[in-house]
Design a protein. Sequence first.
Length: 100
Amino acid sequence: MTTSILLLGAVGLLGIGLWGLLTRRNLIQLIIAVQILAKAAVFALVIAGKASGQINLGQSLAVTVIVADTIVAVVGLALAVQVRRRLGTLDVKALSTLRG
């Protein structure tokens, strides 16, 4: 019973992340939406590890995803800073004006 409730929470986080990706145009908000999606995946990995009886495997996979996700966030934020300096905006539509 508790596993299904936890999985429902992971699906809820997944839905929030997808909604953020589909509705936002600001680069920072898109990075936050990707982070929410990654947290849903981490949460699901831990739940799957608990359900299968291999909690250590689920947690170690979750730590690996957290490290990779942190790198993605740092690179994305650095890109957003450079776009803001170059274009003066964080709107994704403005990226289509970049040439070269």
